[in-house]
Design a protein. Structure first.
Length: 189
């Protein structure tokens, strides 16, 4: 799971050959909340630039504060296979046809703050997929039917005689219900 990020060191950002900036999240792995990512992974970042025309007619470079982060789910070997598959199911609207998982953030007017928020969003989305995997495993392996749960509870508490009485009462109730339905006359129209 991605941990909380105090400040984003400037050495983590480096310019790639394509012109977009890249963030090395593996370098942040030693945060106080534990490891962020198990191995160094590079996440693509886009910092779009906007051209504005000044009052004098000249063009002014101005950076946009929007941050878009993405990584390839196919190449994300730092995520367990079950979590990756669950991310394909749960977050299918965030995944492109090429398998790029992307998060965009433009909540604040600062790129650095938006970068921190985007990293936190990625961590939250991965954590959500991990929770879904745990829920699926629990439902598949450990979840008991209500009847089995009640039997286990009575046995654990040492109330086997009450369990027998309960079973007998349930049988009687079912028998009475069957008799009621047999005695009812079916009327048509």
């Amino acid at each position: 799971m991605l941990g909380r990020l105090g400040a984003l060191p400037s050495q983590l950002l480096r310019l790639s050959a394509s012109g977009s900036r890249r963030l090395d999240l593996g370098s942040i792995a030693g945060s106080e909340d534990g490891p962020i990512l198990p191995s160094p992974q590079v996440v693509s970042l886009w910092f779009p630039w906007a051209w504005q025309i000044s009052q004098c007619g000249g063009k002014v470079n101005m950076s946009d504060s929007r941050v878009q982060m993405s990584f390839s789910l196919h190449k994300a070997d730092w995520l367990p296979e079950k979590v990756r598959k669950k991310m394909w199911e749960v977050h299918k609207n965030r995944i492109s046809k090429t398998g790029e998982f992307s998060v965009a953030c433009q909540e604040t007017s600062s790129q650095i703050d938006n970068t921190k928020i985007a990293i936190k969003k990625i961590g939250d989305l991965i954590a959500q997929a991990e929770r879904e995997v745990k829920n699926d495993d629990w439902e598949q392996n450990e979840k008991l039917e209500f009847k089995d749960y009640v039997v286990m509870k009575f046995k654990r508490e040492g109330r086997e005689k009450e369990l027998e009485k309960r079973e007998q009462a349930l049988r009687e109730t079912k028998r009475r219900m069957r008799e009621k339905t047999k005695n009812k006359k079916i009327t048509m129209y």
